[in-house]
Ligand binder design. Sequence first.
Ligand code: C5P
Length: 228
Amino acid sequence: SAAPDLGRRHVLVTAGGTREAVDPVRYLGNRSSGRQGYALAATAAARGARVTLVAANSELPDPAGVEVHHVESALEMRDAVWAVLGAVDAVAMAAAVADFRPSSQTSSKIKKTVGAPEAIPLTANPDILAELTRERNDAGRTHPVIIGFAAETDNAVENGRAKLASKGCDLLVVNEVGAGRAFGTTDNQAVILGRDGSERPVSRGPKEELADEVWDLVIPRLSDTQSN
Ligand code: C5P
């Protein structure tokens, strides 16, 4: 869709995968490429939105016409999201956020001469999506529209419904993942679940097509008040 149907709207997208430092040179990370989030940012910009992209460790180039904040860790991502949250009409949380981070990080590189550490203690990261939906829902607001993402290998709809309820978001994009699917590929197959009970299957296709389907579902949920 080339229609500027997101004109005068400001959207926030998270993308990529967070890295949680172990020491100055090592981290715990994941295989997220950032492609789905970057596709969401690019398609929203093409549809006229002002776009802020909080990007974690993606190798993709910054999309044209998008304001990009580069972050490393979950805690940095949380700060970057909260810094713009009050100004946006919709938030799409496509990033793969690490559930845990090393409880402490050494200021110098762990030397192999001291021998292998027996364990790396971990601490839970905040669930950024759950935090922002809780704050919004507790305040009795429906603004901004909040979109979560999930990857499921089995029972996508059933597991997705449970996740949507626990996260409190308006839409949940459930990627149907399996061997060779979703991570790092350019294609995606998904079902987009709505808090209102709606269910939109999206057949396998480019991540830009899924992104456009997401924005198509966001538009009727936007409130009349515009943030931009
Ligand atoms: O619980 P799960 O990781 O499957 O949820 C995925 C969704 O929650 C994604 O939208 C992801 O960006 C978001 N998330 C988050 N903060 C976390 C973990 C996940 O915002 N710590």
